[in-house]
Design a protein around this ligand. Sequence first.
Ligand code: FAD
Length: 310
Amino acid sequence: PYEVLVIGGGPAGAAAAIYTARKGFRTGIAAERMGGQVQDTMGIENFISVPYTEGPKLAASLEQHIKEYEIDSMNLLRAEKLIPATQVGGMHEVVFSNGASLKARSVILTTGARWRNLGVPGEAEYRNKGVAYCPHCDGPLYKGKRVAVIGGGNSGVEAAIDLANIVAHVTLVEFDSKLRADQVLVDKLRSMPNVDILVSAQTTEVDGDGEKVSALVYKNRETGEEHKVELEGVFVQIGLVPNTEFLKDSGLELNRGEIVIDAHAATNLPGVFAAGDATTVPYKQIIVAMGEGSKAALSAFDYLIRNEPV
Ligand code: FAD
């Protein structure tokens, strides 16, 4: 058994495992895919102190940093169930889809999240070639260009306001007959001169020239007519889904699928900590996830030195 078992191998998990190993704790890290979302990212320009890197390169550095320590690193392992300890100081158990199970006195959950996809033709083909999901990350790449934001909830409208300050023109596309964002955000967006807002508009296709995005096709849901908007970028903002389905029956507190944590990265279950995109922490970013992972590890350390094994 481990003293600390980290589930998830993205930036949060890597930081957590390195921090607990450096405290001398027997640490294991198990992930379905080491590197996490970083593996799907092209240019990264906001990882402070590294002006430019690329996802696969950063993912390789995470793995290399983990290898510097005596950490049991287990890739391609998908957690299916968490069985929490029945008393403080006791052993938690994590069961994996291959039937294996691992035990640890403390568990750090860092299973991240995934962007909800539109599921229309062209979306997957042009991902990172005009189709983007993170305005904080990719917004500056569209300076002076035309983009669409799909989704009229808070994240979509915030993204549209953010992008309107950077790009030439923004078209906000909402499926529903009205925007669902807070009124103050909607008012702000409406006041911006380079923004068009489309409601009752169903995105049906992302069009391109084979290399990059050239247009967005949508259907007016009231008239049934199809329209084409010429542009260079499409930001999909229809929700971030936390990878926490496997925790449903564990007794762990979730809020809209996000693991509820406090300022110490503690969950409602003693000895179970969580960090990164899978949690209620605001702002889903690499640098935030790493900071949170280190916090969860230091909290696990604190828990382990204060509670005798039972
Ligand atoms: P993740 O990176 O999602 O890692 C989760 C880990 O958990 C993975 O190893 C996964 O395989 C594993 N896992 C999930 N479920 C299970 C399970 N049941 N059992 C075992 N393992 C499991 N942020 C920036 O700061 N700058 C950028 O430029 C940037 N660009 C981005 C571009 C794209 C296309 C995307 C998708 C995201 C981008 N982000 C960027 C966001 C950033 O990638 C995330 O905020 C960050 O990766 C979150 O780290 P994490 O460790 O919490 O989760």
